[in-house]
Write a protein that binds this ligand. Structure first.
Ligand code: B3K
Ligand code: ZN
Length: 865
């Protein structure tokens, strides 16, 4: 019997194997918007013809949801057809077998649109979000990415600023306050890249000249008062444009590039052609309001959306199953960019930490799915860490396997062969095959099989030959009980016992379930450094001694694996103390403390290595060893390790902290960020020793948000900081993005047993706004991330979250579904907690009128039982 997943039984399921080309082609789209909050009129004129590549008969099915159809005309003649819940069908016998024009007039209510998909309003401003299937809430249209058309848009309203994709054609403002603008996008695009913005906005402007001499006007549009917080985003945009020219040979292709900041947004940002729309959190920054992490994230997201102009927009996806084609590649490109702008090693360590925390977690639970899924009920549920982050890892592996030069050639071929088309993973892999002559059919399994491979290693040394035996195994995932061997590039270097490099990095390509590799001519038994740079997204399972890890931590030439040695030492130590095995704390401290004291080592790296494995990570580590995690015990073990580290560094802390004190003006560069990150980590340790004295002083002296948050976090973690919280709120009350931090921190730092109470109280705060996804995430994202807090034994947090997910689902299903992943790890816990979570999931799933989004997620999670 083959395993099934719940979506297979859902009649709404869409299958990759059912893909068919669309019946018609759309050559041009002319849209006219007459804006009004409750009655926006959208007139659409579609110039269409039968698609010669699609077999007839050519019935025309247009998607459309929540639209009031006023009129429908075919080649000028009125048609009397009634739409159904999801669209409009025009029978084949009414359609000419030649080009025709279809005109619709519909009415929509942007002010009532709380789902933030389609055309909606945020603080009086109109904006759109069409990916994945929001355009069907604007007008009747074949809302699928393989239908690419040229769009021209007229906007009529009262707002001073009216924006859409492409280049501006004309704009007028009448004395009566009526405004009108015309936009034309010369590049054919799918509907999901359509965008419109209208509002009372001001621009922060700059210019960019492309390498072939095109002058581009750049503008970041924000609300009055926010224009002095756009400089960093603009600087990041200009660096991204230059980088894409230099590294990928990709130039910008319009005369204008607009970015708009919006407060109410379901995700980070959106790459609409020539008109990127951003969550304001990922645009606005000043040293007073944004932390180093915020600055780095803004830089990365600005780059990501800009890079989509080629990987996503010029070359788009044939269907939504190919989502990783644009997302995995674009994430990989933004990771490369951030590495070039900052430090490659530090960036890699951070990316892998995120991959493990989000993607490995997903891959090991009931929501596991392949990088290219085969079915979905709601596509918005598949904008996941697997599609994005694992998708990027697959590109990174490909690059390692074919080499940098072949990678560059393959990308050039990809851009020239598929420009202007909607492509597939098959197209993507074929360019690599054509360039290298390699057969990538086995590599392709990475796209179709879910789950994180386990890599086991054993070794031997005899007569100067060192032999490594590598074994791979991927545990079953929902719907995929049996896995096959993958192509795994394993980067290995060898160290001598004195820490010097015996053998530089070599790529061992594992293709079988088990394979051995030899290194010959060695004079001593080496210490292997395996999976350097994290060359593949796998779990390395290797029993090794503390001495060996300490040697790698002290000497590995690969900074990632130095970090990895430190991380695994800490993890083993904590797992050992939690499972009653002999205490490894001393050995861990002996290895770690010298690294922290080493002032010649990059502060950013030392900050990362000081970070103890997270509670969720430890829970998974225990579950992997067949031990049921006890959240409260994990919390205590981690705390006591922190106390021990603070004690071991007691004499060094004042000097180290003083050495990192920086009186220069704040610059959000990597060096400054690294120093501040190390300062923050040490300050947290110092607080364990001095009762929060240094942190309170640091809070009072802080002149930038990074320092403020570092000090406040140290205090809250120590059970203090109430006066500081009040002062913070007093100062920032009017700033939504900063106040999100205030909400988030209190819950993230809540002691076990207090999280439900604090989160509940915060939902009663006058500034809690269910309709604002950032605020909802600040509260409930933080609650889910506070491991011991969330898993409070009486289930109070489970109930609280379920209650609020149900409330949010009636307004904004997409965000409700996203945050429901808080429950995805439930099968790891004890029977009592499992029963409590199952009860909440069951309660949600039994609620009448549940959205497709949330019901799919809850159904998949429940199926794990
Ligand atoms: N492509 C968008 C994400 C759209 C999400 C739709 N639920 C942002 C990005 O990945 O760049
Ligand atoms: Zn993207």
């Amino acid at each position: 019997m083959t395993a099934t997943t719940p979506s297979e039984h859902d009649p709404r399921t869409v299958w990759l194997s059912d893909y068919r080309p669309f019946s018609h082609l759309v050559d041009r789209v002319e849209l006219t918007f007459r804006l009004s909050p409750l009655r926006t009129k959208v007139a659409a004129r579609l110039h269409m013809r039968p698609n010669p590549a699609a077999p007839g008969p050519h019935v025309l099915r247009l998607d459309g949801e929540e639209l009031r159809l006023i009129s429908l005309k075919l080649d000028g003649a009125l048609l009397d057809l009634t739409p159904d819940e999801t669209g409009l069908t025009i029978p084949g016998d009414l359609l000419p077998d030649a080009p025709f024009t279809l005109e619709t007039l519909v009415e929509i209510d942007p002010a009532e649109n709380t789902a933030l998909e389609g055309l909606y309003m945020s603080n009086g401003m109109y904006c759109t979000q069409c990916e994945a299937q929001g355009f069907r809430k604007i007008t009747f249209y074949p809302d699928r990415p393989d239908v690419m058309a040229r769009f021209s848009v007229v906007i009529e309203g009262e707002a001073p600023v009216l924006l859409s994709n492409g280049n501006p054609v004309a704009g007028t403002a009448g004395a009566d306050g009526q405004t009108r603008a015309e936009w034309d996008d010369p590049w054919p695009k799918p509907a999901y890249l359509f965008a419109l913005v209208a509002g009372d906005l001001v621009a922060h402007r700059d210019r960019f000249t492309t390498k072939s001499g095109r002058d581009v006007d750049l503008a970041i549009w924000v609300r009055q008062g926010d224009q002095d917080r756009c400089a960093w985003a603009m600087d990041s945009l200009i660096r991204s444009m230059k980088w894409d020219e230099e590294v990928y040979g990709r130039e910008y292709d319009l005369d204008i590039f607009n970015i708009v900041a919006v407060d109410d947004f379901n995700m980070g940002a959106m790459e609409n052609k020539g008109l990127n729309i951003f969550n304001s959190k990922f645009v606005l920054a000043s040293p007073e309001t944004a932390t180093d992490d915020d600055f780095a994230r803004i830089e990365a997201i600005i780059a990501h959306e800009y890079f989509h102009n080629w990987t996503g927009n010029r070359i788009t996806c044939r269907d939504w199953f190919q989502l990783c084609l644009k997302e995995g590649l674009t994430v990989f490109r933004d990771q490369q960019f951030s590495g070039d702008m900052r430090s490659h090693a530090v960036k890699r360590i951070e990316d892998v930490a995120l991959l493990r925390a989000r993607q490995f977690r997903e891959d090991q639970g009931p929501l596991a799915h392949p990088v290219r899924p085969e079915s979905f009920v709601e596509i918005n549920n598949f904008y996941t860490a697997t599609v994005y982050e694992k998708g990027a890892e697959l590109i990174r592996m490909l690059k390692v396997l074919v080499g940098d030069q072949a990678y560059a050639k393959a990308l050039d071929l990809y851009f020239s062969r598929h420009d202007g088309h909607a492509a597939t993973i098959e197209d993507w892999l074929r360019v690599f095959e054509d360039v290298t002559g390699q057969d990538l059919s086995q590599f392709k399994r990475w796209y179709s099989e879910a789950g994180t491979p386990r890599l086991q290693v054993s070794d031997s040394f005899e007569n100067g030959t060192y032999r490594l035996v590598l074994r791979q195994h991927t545990p079953p995932t929902p719907g995929q009980p049996v896995k096959s061997p993958k192509v795994i590039p394993v980067a290995v270097g060898l160290l001598a016992q004195d820490g010097s490099e015996l053998h530089p990095t070599r790529i061992l390509t594992l293709t079988e379930a088990e394979q051995s590799f030899e290194f010959t001519g060695l004079n001593e038994r080496p210490v292997p450094s395996i999976l350097r740079g994290f060359s593949a997204p796998v779990v390395l399972e290797r029993e090794t001694s503390v001495t060996e890890r300490a040697l790698l931590l002290a000497h590995d030439s690969d900074l990632f694996n130095r970090y990895e040695a430190g991380r695994s030492l800490a993890r083993e130590m904590l797992v050992a103390s939690l499972s009653g095995r002999p205490d490894l704390q001393e050995a861990w401290l002996d290895a770690l403390v010298p690294v922290i004291r080493d002032v010649d080592l990059d502060p950013a790296f030392r900050a990362l290595i000081l970070r103890l494995p997270g509670e969720d990570d430890l829970a998974q580590a225990l579950a992997d060893r067949g031990i049921t995690p006890d959240p409260a015990a994990i919390y205590l073990a981690r705390r006591s390790a922190g106390d021990a580290l603070a004690a071991a560094l007691a004499r060094d802390l004042p000097g180290l902290l003083a050495g990192l004190q920086d009186n220069r003006p704040f610059v959000p560069d990597a060096a400054g960020a690294g120093r501040r990150a190390l300062h923050a980590a040490l300050l947290a340790l110092q607080s364990r020793l001095d009762g929060g004295q240094a942190a309170a002083a640091a809070f009072a002296a802080a002149d930038n948000m990074s320092a403020t948050i570092a000090a406040l976090t140290a205090l809250l973690d120590n059970g203090q900081g109430q006066a500081e919280l009040t002062a913070f709120a007093g100062k920032w009350q009017a700033d939504r993005n900063v106040m999100d931090k205030w909400f988030m921190l209190q819950i993230a730092c809540a002691a076990p047993g207090k999280a439900a109470e604090i989160a509940d109280a915060l939902t009663g705060n006058a500034d809690f706004d269910l309709k604002n996804p950032n605020r909802f995430r600040a509260v409930f994202g933080a609650l889910a991330a506070n491991h011991a807090g969330f898993h409070q034994a009486d289930g109070a947090c489970y109930r609280l979250l379920a209650d609020w997910l149900l409330r949010l689902d009636t307004l904004n299903p997409q965000t409700a579904a996203r945050i429901s992943t808080a429950f995805e790890t439930w099968p790891r816990y004890d029977a009592a907690r499992q029963a409590l979570i199952r009860a909440e999931l069951t309660r949600i799933s039994a609620t009448p009128g549940l959205s497709r989004d949330l019901s799919e997620m809850v159904g998949r999670m429940l199926a794990a039982g």
